[in-house]
Design a protein around this ligand. Structure first.
Ligand code: GCO
Ligand code: MG
Length: 409
Protein backbone atom coordinates (compact mmCIF):
# COMPACT_ATOMS: atom_id res chain seq x y z
CA UNK A 1 0.00 0.00 0.00
CA UNK A 2 1.63 3.22 -1.19
CA UNK A 3 0.87 6.83 -0.33
CA UNK A 4 -0.99 8.30 -3.31
CA UNK A 5 -1.80 11.73 -1.85
CA UNK A 6 -1.37 13.79 1.31
CA UNK A 7 -3.82 16.69 1.66
CA UNK A 8 -5.02 18.93 4.44
CA UNK A 9 -8.48 20.10 5.45
CA UNK A 10 -8.64 23.29 7.51
CA UNK A 11 -12.03 23.73 9.12
CA UNK A 12 -13.65 25.64 11.96
CA UNK A 13 -16.56 23.80 13.55
CA UNK A 14 -16.58 26.22 16.50
CA UNK A 15 -12.78 26.24 16.56
CA UNK A 16 -9.99 25.65 14.03
CA UNK A 17 -8.80 22.15 13.23
CA UNK A 18 -6.18 21.12 10.66
CA UNK A 19 -6.89 17.60 9.43
CA UNK A 20 -4.35 15.52 7.49
CA UNK A 21 -5.87 13.23 4.89
CA UNK A 22 -3.69 10.47 3.43
CA UNK A 23 -5.05 8.51 0.49
CA UNK A 24 -3.42 5.17 -0.37
CA UNK A 25 -3.12 3.79 -3.90
CA UNK A 26 -5.84 1.30 -2.86
CA UNK A 27 -8.20 4.25 -2.38
CA UNK A 28 -8.28 3.75 1.41
CA UNK A 29 -8.13 7.01 3.41
CA UNK A 30 -6.56 7.77 6.81
CA UNK A 31 -7.11 10.92 8.85
CA UNK A 32 -4.91 12.61 11.46
CA UNK A 33 -4.97 15.84 13.43
CA UNK A 34 -2.24 18.46 12.86
CA UNK A 35 -3.86 21.33 14.75
CA UNK A 36 -1.49 23.79 16.42
CA UNK A 37 -3.70 26.40 18.05
CA UNK A 38 -2.98 29.81 16.46
CA UNK A 39 -0.36 28.44 14.02
CA UNK A 40 -2.59 26.34 11.76
CA UNK A 41 -1.54 28.05 8.53
CA UNK A 42 2.16 27.44 9.14
CA UNK A 43 1.63 23.70 9.70
CA UNK A 44 -0.64 23.53 6.67
CA UNK A 45 2.03 25.14 4.47
CA UNK A 46 4.70 22.73 5.73
CA UNK A 47 2.54 19.70 4.93
CA UNK A 48 1.19 20.89 1.59
CA UNK A 49 4.26 22.67 0.22
CA UNK A 50 7.11 20.47 1.48
CA UNK A 51 6.05 17.10 2.90
CA UNK A 52 3.20 16.05 0.64
CA UNK A 53 5.08 15.70 -2.66
CA UNK A 54 8.18 14.32 -0.88
CA UNK A 55 6.25 11.47 0.78
CA UNK A 56 4.05 10.55 -2.20
CA UNK A 57 4.86 7.03 -3.37
CA UNK A 58 6.33 5.88 -0.02
CA UNK A 59 5.13 2.64 1.59
CA UNK A 60 2.21 3.80 3.78
CA UNK A 61 2.79 0.89 6.17
CA UNK A 62 6.37 1.91 7.00
CA UNK A 63 5.25 4.28 9.76
CA UNK A 64 8.48 4.25 11.77
CA UNK A 65 10.58 4.94 8.67
CA UNK A 66 8.38 7.87 7.66
CA UNK A 67 8.43 9.15 11.26
CA UNK A 68 12.25 9.06 11.40
CA UNK A 69 12.50 10.64 7.95
CA UNK A 70 10.24 13.62 8.70
CA UNK A 71 12.06 14.04 12.02
CA UNK A 72 15.63 13.85 10.71
CA UNK A 73 16.08 13.50 6.96
CA UNK A 74 15.66 17.13 6.02
CA UNK A 75 18.19 18.16 8.68
CA UNK A 76 15.92 20.40 10.86
CA UNK A 77 14.77 18.41 13.87
CA UNK A 78 11.89 19.08 16.20
CA UNK A 79 10.09 22.38 16.71
CA UNK A 80 6.36 22.72 17.35
CA UNK A 81 5.40 23.34 13.71
CA UNK A 82 7.36 20.41 12.25
CA UNK A 83 6.40 18.06 15.08
CA UNK A 84 2.71 18.94 14.63
CA UNK A 85 2.94 18.19 10.90
CA UNK A 86 4.67 14.89 11.73
CA UNK A 87 2.05 14.08 14.38
CA UNK A 88 -0.85 14.58 11.96
CA UNK A 89 0.84 12.43 9.30
CA UNK A 90 1.69 9.72 11.84
CA UNK A 91 -1.89 9.60 13.13
CA UNK A 92 -3.27 9.36 9.59
CA UNK A 93 -0.85 6.49 8.83
CA UNK A 94 -1.95 4.57 11.95
CA UNK A 95 -5.58 5.17 10.97
CA UNK A 96 -4.83 3.87 7.49
CA UNK A 97 -2.96 0.82 8.79
CA UNK A 98 -5.81 -0.02 11.18
CA UNK A 99 -8.40 0.32 8.45
CA UNK A 100 -6.39 -1.81 6.03
CA UNK A 101 -6.12 -4.58 8.65
CA UNK A 102 -9.69 -4.09 9.98
CA UNK A 103 -8.18 -3.51 13.43
CA UNK A 104 -8.51 -0.69 15.97
CA UNK A 105 -5.24 1.19 16.52
CA UNK A 106 -5.02 0.05 20.16
CA UNK A 107 -4.91 -3.58 19.03
CA UNK A 108 -1.87 -2.78 16.85
CA UNK A 109 -0.19 -1.26 19.92
CA UNK A 110 -0.32 -4.52 21.86
CA UNK A 111 -4.01 -4.66 22.68
CA UNK A 112 -6.10 -3.62 25.64
CA UNK A 113 -4.46 -2.88 28.96
CA UNK A 114 -7.83 -1.56 30.19
CA UNK A 115 -11.49 -1.54 29.12
CA UNK A 116 -12.33 2.11 29.77
CA UNK A 117 -10.47 5.34 30.26
CA UNK A 118 -10.81 7.55 33.30
CA UNK A 119 -11.02 11.22 32.31
CA UNK A 120 -11.03 14.60 34.02
CA UNK A 121 -13.11 17.57 32.97
CA UNK A 122 -12.71 21.32 33.41
CA UNK A 123 -14.66 23.48 35.88
CA UNK A 124 -14.10 27.22 35.80
CA UNK A 125 -15.68 29.72 38.19
CA UNK A 126 -15.92 33.49 37.83
CA UNK A 127 -16.52 33.41 41.61
CA UNK A 128 -16.61 30.80 44.40
CA UNK A 129 -20.30 30.06 43.96
CA UNK A 130 -20.11 29.45 40.22
CA UNK A 131 -17.00 27.27 40.64
CA UNK A 132 -18.68 25.14 43.29
CA UNK A 133 -21.81 24.90 41.15
CA UNK A 134 -19.81 23.71 38.10
CA UNK A 135 -17.91 21.15 40.22
CA UNK A 136 -21.14 19.82 41.72
CA UNK A 137 -22.72 19.54 38.28
CA UNK A 138 -19.77 17.46 37.08
CA UNK A 139 -19.78 15.26 40.19
CA UNK A 140 -23.55 14.73 39.86
CA UNK A 141 -23.06 13.41 36.33
CA UNK A 142 -20.46 10.90 37.57
CA UNK A 143 -17.18 12.77 37.04
CA UNK A 144 -14.54 11.73 39.60
CA UNK A 145 -11.70 14.12 38.68
CA UNK A 146 -11.94 17.87 38.05
CA UNK A 147 -9.47 20.45 36.79
CA UNK A 148 -10.51 23.65 38.54
CA UNK A 149 -9.69 27.24 37.66
CA UNK A 150 -11.05 30.57 38.83
CA UNK A 151 -10.97 34.30 38.27
CA UNK A 152 -9.17 36.27 40.97
CA UNK A 153 -10.31 39.76 41.95
CA UNK A 154 -7.53 42.10 43.09
CA UNK A 155 -8.63 43.40 46.52
CA UNK A 156 -6.34 46.42 46.15
CA UNK A 157 -7.56 47.37 42.66
CA UNK A 158 -11.34 47.38 42.31
CA UNK A 159 -12.55 46.02 38.97
CA UNK A 160 -9.25 44.27 38.13
CA UNK A 161 -9.67 40.52 37.51
CA UNK A 162 -6.86 38.02 36.85
CA UNK A 163 -8.06 35.29 34.50
CA UNK A 164 -6.76 31.74 34.24
CA UNK A 165 -6.53 29.58 31.14
CA UNK A 166 -9.40 27.10 30.97
CA UNK A 167 -11.59 25.32 28.48
CA UNK A 168 -14.84 25.13 30.39
CA UNK A 169 -17.13 26.30 27.62
CA UNK A 170 -20.08 26.23 30.05
CA UNK A 171 -18.38 29.00 32.05
CA UNK A 172 -18.56 31.75 29.42
CA UNK A 173 -17.00 32.75 26.12
CA UNK A 174 -14.02 30.93 24.65
CA UNK A 175 -10.56 32.13 25.74
CA UNK A 176 -9.33 32.71 22.16
CA UNK A 177 -10.02 36.14 20.68
CA UNK A 178 -10.11 37.77 17.25
CA UNK A 179 -7.26 39.97 15.98
CA UNK A 180 -9.36 43.02 16.82
CA UNK A 181 -9.91 41.93 20.44
CA UNK A 182 -6.18 41.34 20.97
CA UNK A 183 -5.94 45.00 21.88
CA UNK A 184 -7.66 44.28 25.18
CA UNK A 185 -4.71 43.18 27.34
CA UNK A 186 -5.56 41.05 30.37
CA UNK A 187 -3.27 41.55 33.41
CA UNK A 188 -1.70 39.13 35.86
CA UNK A 189 -0.43 39.35 39.40
CA UNK A 190 1.23 36.20 40.68
CA UNK A 191 1.15 37.12 44.39
CA UNK A 192 -2.59 37.84 44.40
CA UNK A 193 -3.27 34.63 42.44
CA UNK A 194 -1.16 32.59 44.85
CA UNK A 195 -3.15 33.81 47.86
CA UNK A 196 -6.40 32.94 46.08
CA UNK A 197 -5.10 29.51 45.05
CA UNK A 198 -4.72 28.48 48.70
CA UNK A 199 -8.13 29.85 49.65
CA UNK A 200 -10.04 28.35 46.70
CA UNK A 201 -8.35 24.94 46.99
CA UNK A 202 -9.21 24.75 50.69
CA UNK A 203 -12.80 25.73 49.91
CA UNK A 204 -13.16 23.03 47.24
CA UNK A 205 -11.73 20.30 49.44
CA UNK A 206 -13.98 21.28 52.36
CA UNK A 207 -17.13 21.61 50.25
CA UNK A 208 -16.60 18.68 47.86
CA UNK A 209 -15.15 16.20 50.35
CA UNK A 210 -12.13 13.89 50.14
CA UNK A 211 -13.30 11.64 47.27
CA UNK A 212 -13.07 13.86 44.19
CA UNK A 213 -9.64 14.17 42.55
CA UNK A 214 -8.61 17.79 42.03
CA UNK A 215 -6.20 19.12 39.41
CA UNK A 216 -5.06 22.70 38.97
CA UNK A 217 -3.14 24.15 36.01
CA UNK A 218 -0.76 27.02 36.88
CA UNK A 219 -0.21 27.45 33.12
CA UNK A 220 3.50 28.22 33.49
CA UNK A 221 2.88 31.56 35.20
CA UNK A 222 5.05 31.29 38.33
CA UNK A 223 8.78 31.58 38.99
CA UNK A 224 10.31 28.36 40.37
CA UNK A 225 10.33 29.54 43.98
CA UNK A 226 6.75 30.86 43.79
CA UNK A 227 5.73 27.58 42.18
CA UNK A 228 7.33 25.76 45.09
CA UNK A 229 5.18 27.87 47.43
CA UNK A 230 2.10 27.04 45.35
CA UNK A 231 2.86 23.31 45.59
CA UNK A 232 3.28 23.63 49.38
CA UNK A 233 0.15 25.74 49.74
CA UNK A 234 -2.05 23.11 48.08
CA UNK A 235 -0.29 20.13 49.70
CA UNK A 236 -2.72 19.77 52.64
CA UNK A 237 -5.62 19.53 50.16
CA UNK A 238 -4.32 16.44 48.42
CA UNK A 239 -4.26 17.39 44.73
CA UNK A 240 -4.20 14.68 42.06
CA UNK A 241 -1.58 16.87 40.39
CA UNK A 242 -0.49 20.46 40.04
CA UNK A 243 0.04 21.17 36.35
CA UNK A 244 2.77 23.23 34.65
CA UNK A 245 3.89 25.03 37.80
CA UNK A 246 6.87 26.64 36.00
CA UNK A 247 8.08 27.66 32.56
CA UNK A 248 8.70 24.24 30.96
CA UNK A 249 11.56 25.39 28.73
CA UNK A 250 13.69 25.73 31.87
CA UNK A 251 13.52 22.23 33.26
CA UNK A 252 15.62 22.69 36.43
CA UNK A 253 12.77 24.95 37.62
CA UNK A 254 10.86 21.73 38.24
CA UNK A 255 13.63 20.51 40.54
CA UNK A 256 13.12 23.53 42.77
CA UNK A 257 9.42 22.73 43.08
CA UNK A 258 10.05 19.03 43.57
CA UNK A 259 12.55 19.43 46.39
CA UNK A 260 10.13 21.52 48.41
CA UNK A 261 6.81 19.71 48.15
CA UNK A 262 5.17 16.29 47.84
CA UNK A 263 2.31 17.64 45.70
CA UNK A 264 2.24 15.48 42.53
CA UNK A 265 3.32 17.38 39.40
CA UNK A 266 2.01 17.11 35.82
CA UNK A 267 4.00 18.60 32.92
CA UNK A 268 4.45 18.08 29.19
CA UNK A 269 1.92 19.74 26.89
CA UNK A 270 4.63 22.07 25.53
CA UNK A 271 7.26 19.36 25.00
CA UNK A 272 7.46 18.12 21.41
CA UNK A 273 10.10 15.38 21.63
CA UNK A 274 11.03 12.58 24.02
CA UNK A 275 14.38 14.31 24.44
CA UNK A 276 12.52 17.38 25.80
CA UNK A 277 11.05 15.18 28.50
CA UNK A 278 14.19 13.27 29.44
CA UNK A 279 15.69 15.49 32.18
CA UNK A 280 12.35 15.60 34.01
CA UNK A 281 11.77 11.86 33.54
CA UNK A 282 15.24 10.70 34.57
CA UNK A 283 15.20 12.90 37.66
CA UNK A 284 11.58 12.15 38.58
CA UNK A 285 10.75 15.84 38.64
CA UNK A 286 7.21 14.99 37.60
CA UNK A 287 4.57 12.32 38.26
CA UNK A 288 2.33 12.68 35.20
CA UNK A 289 3.68 13.21 31.68
CA UNK A 290 1.15 15.30 29.73
CA UNK A 291 2.36 15.21 26.13
CA UNK A 292 0.03 16.29 23.33
CA UNK A 293 -0.50 13.63 20.65
CA UNK A 294 -0.86 16.30 17.94
CA UNK A 295 2.41 17.99 18.88
CA UNK A 296 4.77 15.32 20.20
CA UNK A 297 5.00 12.93 17.27
CA UNK A 298 1.55 11.37 17.05
CA UNK A 299 0.83 7.81 18.20
CA UNK A 300 4.44 6.75 17.51
CA UNK A 301 5.95 9.63 19.52
CA UNK A 302 3.64 9.16 22.49
CA UNK A 303 4.13 5.40 22.69
CA UNK A 304 7.93 5.85 22.74
CA UNK A 305 7.71 8.51 25.47
CA UNK A 306 5.25 6.43 27.50
CA UNK A 307 7.69 3.50 27.52
CA UNK A 308 10.50 5.67 28.91
CA UNK A 309 8.13 7.25 31.45
CA UNK A 310 7.05 3.76 32.50
CA UNK A 311 10.65 2.81 33.21
CA UNK A 312 10.82 5.86 35.51
CA UNK A 313 7.54 4.99 37.32
CA UNK A 314 5.80 7.98 35.76
CA UNK A 315 2.19 7.82 34.56
CA UNK A 316 0.73 9.33 31.40
CA UNK A 317 -1.96 12.03 31.54
CA UNK A 318 -2.16 13.15 27.91
CA UNK A 319 -3.18 16.68 26.98
CA UNK A 320 -6.79 16.66 25.77
CA UNK A 321 -7.96 20.26 25.32
CA UNK A 322 -10.68 21.48 22.95
CA UNK A 323 -8.04 22.85 20.60
CA UNK A 324 -7.29 19.37 19.28
CA UNK A 325 -10.01 17.64 17.28
CA UNK A 326 -11.99 14.46 18.03
CA UNK A 327 -9.41 12.66 15.83
CA UNK A 328 -6.66 13.51 18.31
CA UNK A 329 -8.90 12.69 21.27
CA UNK A 330 -9.56 9.29 19.68
CA UNK A 331 -5.81 8.79 19.16
CA UNK A 332 -5.30 9.62 22.87
CA UNK A 333 -7.87 7.00 23.85
CA UNK A 334 -6.25 4.31 21.69
CA UNK A 335 -2.87 4.95 23.33
CA UNK A 336 -4.48 5.16 26.81
CA UNK A 337 -6.14 1.79 26.19
CA UNK A 338 -2.88 0.08 25.23
CA UNK A 339 -0.13 1.49 27.46
CA UNK A 340 0.59 0.00 30.89
CA UNK A 341 1.32 3.31 32.67
CA UNK A 342 -1.95 5.15 32.13
CA UNK A 343 -2.75 7.75 34.80
CA UNK A 344 -5.73 9.79 33.65
CA UNK A 345 -6.91 11.54 30.47
CA UNK A 346 -7.93 15.19 30.05
CA UNK A 347 -11.23 15.41 28.16
CA UNK A 348 -13.44 18.18 26.80
CA UNK A 349 -16.83 17.40 25.26
CA UNK A 350 -16.86 18.18 21.54
CA UNK A 351 -18.86 21.20 20.45
CA UNK A 352 -22.11 20.13 18.69
CA UNK A 353 -20.77 21.65 15.45
CA UNK A 354 -17.71 19.38 15.63
CA UNK A 355 -20.03 16.37 15.60
CA UNK A 356 -21.24 17.53 12.17
CA UNK A 357 -17.68 17.05 10.85
CA UNK A 358 -16.41 14.10 12.91
CA UNK A 359 -18.37 10.91 13.59
CA UNK A 360 -18.11 9.76 17.21
CA UNK A 361 -15.80 6.79 17.73
CA UNK A 362 -15.99 6.91 21.53
CA UNK A 363 -18.57 7.46 24.26
CA UNK A 364 -18.34 9.45 27.50
CA UNK A 365 -20.34 8.26 30.46
CA UNK A 366 -19.98 9.02 34.19
CA UNK A 367 -16.33 10.00 34.25
CA UNK A 368 -15.08 7.38 31.78
CA UNK A 369 -14.65 7.13 28.01
CA UNK A 370 -15.15 3.87 26.15
CA UNK A 371 -13.85 3.31 22.61
CA UNK A 372 -16.13 1.81 19.99
CA UNK A 373 -14.45 -1.24 18.44
CA UNK A 374 -13.89 0.34 15.01
CA UNK A 375 -10.96 -0.05 12.61
CA UNK A 376 -8.17 2.55 12.69
CA UNK A 377 -8.85 5.53 14.95
CA UNK A 378 -12.57 4.92 14.47
CA UNK A 379 -13.45 8.47 13.39
CA UNK A 380 -14.74 9.47 9.96
CA UNK A 381 -14.59 13.00 8.58
CA UNK A 382 -17.48 14.57 6.67
CA UNK A 383 -15.42 16.60 4.22
CA UNK A 384 -18.44 18.42 2.80
CA UNK A 385 -19.48 19.59 6.25
CA UNK A 386 -15.85 20.62 6.95
CA UNK A 387 -15.71 22.66 3.74
CA UNK A 388 -18.83 24.55 4.83
CA UNK A 389 -17.13 25.66 8.07
CA UNK A 390 -14.17 27.82 6.96
CA UNK A 391 -11.08 28.74 8.99
CA UNK A 392 -11.40 31.80 11.26
CA UNK A 393 -8.12 33.24 12.51
CA UNK A 394 -7.99 33.40 16.33
CA UNK A 395 -5.44 34.19 19.02
CA UNK A 396 -4.74 33.38 22.65
CA UNK A 397 -4.82 36.58 24.75
CA UNK A 398 -1.59 38.59 25.19
CA UNK A 399 -1.27 38.40 28.97
CA UNK A 400 0.86 41.02 30.75
CA UNK A 401 1.93 41.62 34.32
CA UNK A 402 0.58 44.63 36.21
CA UNK A 403 3.53 46.71 34.96
CA UNK A 404 3.11 45.71 31.30
CA UNK A 405 5.82 43.02 31.26
CA UNK A 406 5.11 39.97 29.09
CA UNK A 407 3.54 37.01 30.95
CA UNK A 408 2.77 33.46 29.72
CA UNK A 409 -0.79 32.90 28.67
C1 GCO B 1 -4.70 22.27 29.17
C2 GCO B 1 -4.00 23.38 28.46
C3 GCO B 1 -4.88 24.16 27.53
C4 GCO B 1 -4.05 25.21 26.77
C5 GCO B 1 -4.38 25.22 25.33
C6 GCO B 1 -3.56 26.26 24.56
O1 GCO B 1 -4.14 21.82 30.15
O2 GCO B 1 -5.74 21.84 28.71
O3 GCO B 1 -3.24 24.13 29.33
O4 GCO B 1 -5.93 24.72 28.26
O5 GCO B 1 -4.33 26.47 27.27
O6 GCO B 1 -4.17 23.94 24.84
O7 GCO B 1 -3.94 26.27 23.23
MG1 MG C 1 -2.35 22.72 30.68
Amino acid sequence: MKIARIETILTCPDRNYLIVKITADSGLVGYGDATLNGRELAVQALIERHLSSWLTGWDAGAIEKIWQSVLRQQYWRGGAIQMTALSGIDMALWDLKGKSLHAPVYSLLGGKSRDRIRVYLHAHGVNDDSLLRRCRELIAEGCTAIRYSFDTRDPARPGVVYRQAHQDIGAGPRIEVSEEDLRVIPRWDAATYLRDLGRVTALLRTELGPEVDLIHDVHQRLSPIMAARAARTVEPFDLFFLEDPVEPLYKPGLKIVRERSATPIGVGELFTTLQDCLPALQNNWLDYLRLDISHAGGVTGIVKAAAVADACQILMALHGPSDISPLAHAANFHVDTAIPNFGIQEFIHADPRATEVFTAGYRYSEGYVTLEDLPGLGIEVDEKAAAGLPYAKSFLPLLQDKDGGVQNW
